[in-house]
Design a protein around this ligand. Structure first.
Ligand code: SF4
Length: 347
């Protein structure tokens, strides 16, 4: 594989471009051809990778690619999360489903998932800066689930307005911070103007995969709204680079609490020492280690799933060795339950 330096030289990169998120997007690896040539995949297996990428498209920012040289090459936490794997198209077994929580089923209007009485999810885009291979929504994004038109957006606002028990709106996708700042402002403004909406949350992996997106223009918008909570997803300490920490710090200095919702992933962070390092590094940087999720039973992600006992034992071990503020709750999202369930209570 080419080194990052070679890659950047090839693209004649001017230093300021690296910090331009639009440049990052434009230069992302986003086709099978780019992936095969960048990683020197042998011809005899290339067709399998092409099949995977056809079903689950690839998208990796140059920034995230630059993390590849960090960490243990034997168990590279970055590769697993961003590179296609032939196991993604293996036949699934047992309880594994395309949409295990019936999110599509719980859509009263396009763009809204309403599973719980007091809160709902607004899917404002189906684009992400990186297509995470373990994504829970990998089988439904790209269909007609996220908002695609002004008309759909208006209908979504009307739905929230009429749902008087809803006090919390999670703005999700895809990644909401992929929207233009003005578009995000419009959405936040409309949602926050609904009387019974008390709290907004944004779910985003932007600080992890393209931290330069947290720029002045975006910060100017985000700072207008209160209470607005940011949930992100660092899965490995290697992802907490100086740039990622600086992006989170900008958000925190705007008064926006940043919490981390990691996913327990086989071959990425299913190791207590790795998870401890992640948690203490998050805490040190004022990012709350909030949840560690059991990887959901989603088609195409089965190879990431650990036994329940891995998370349960990890949580017990961490409880013995780190303080409460650094200790996340290990939980699973289960269909037909009101909220997350502690791993130790999953049957
Ligand atoms: S950023 Fe979030 S929604 Fe997008 S692919 Fe990654 S996990 Fe899925």
């Amino acid at each position: 594989m080419k080194s990052l330096d070679e890659l950047l030289a090839e693209k004649s990169l001017a230093p300021e471009l690296w910090n331009d998120w639009r440049w990052q997007l434009k230069n992302s690896v986003s086709s099978a051809k780019e992936f095969l040539s960048l990683f020197g995949v042998a011809d005899d297996i290339a067709r399998y990778y092409k099949k995977v990428i056809k079903q689950y498209p690839i998208r990796i920012t140059p920034y995230y690619l630059s993390l590849i040289s960090l960490g243990d090459p034997e168990q590279n936490p970055v590769l697993g999360q961003c590179l296609p794997d032939i196991q993604e198209i293996k036949h699934s077994t047992g309880c594994i489903k395309e949409d295990p929580f019936g999110e599509v089923q719980h859509m009263p209007v396009p763009g809204i998932i309403h599973r719980y009485k007091d809160r709902l999810v607004l899917l404002v885009t189906d684009h992400c800066a990186m297509n995470c291979r373990h994504c829970t929504r990998k089988n439904i994004l790209g269909g007609n689930v996220a908002l695609h038109s002004d008309e759909q957006l208006q209908k979504a606002f009307e739905y929230i307005q009429a749902a008087e028990d809803v006090r919390e709106v999670l703005i999700s996708g895809g990644d909401p911070l992929m929207l233009e700042a003005a578009q995000l402002d419009y959405i936040l403004n409309n949602v926050s103007s609904i009387d019974h909406v008390e709290v907004m949350r944004i779910g985003t992996r932007i600080p992890v995969v393209m931290p330069m997106r947290i720029d002045d223009e975006l910060c100017k918008v985000l700072t207008r709204y209160r209470p607005l909570w940011i949930n992100t997803q660092f899965n490995h300490p290697v992802e907490l680079t100086a740039a990622a920490i600086a992006a989170c710090d900008r958000l925190i200095r705007l008064g926006l609490p940043v919490s981390n919702q990691a996913v327990l992933l086989k071959g990425v962070n299913d190791d207590v020492a790795v998870m401890r390092e992640l948690c203490v590094k998050l805490q040190r940087n004022m990012i709350r280690p909030y949840y560690v999720f059991q990887c959901d039973p989603v088609v195409g992600t089965e190879h990431f799933r650990t036994d329940l006992s891995v998370g349960i034992e990890m949580e017990e071990e961490l409880r013995r060795t780190i303080g409460g503020l650094a200790l996340p709750r290990f939980v699973a999202d289960l269909p037909d339950t009101e909220g997350k369930v502690p791993l130790s209570q999953v049957e």
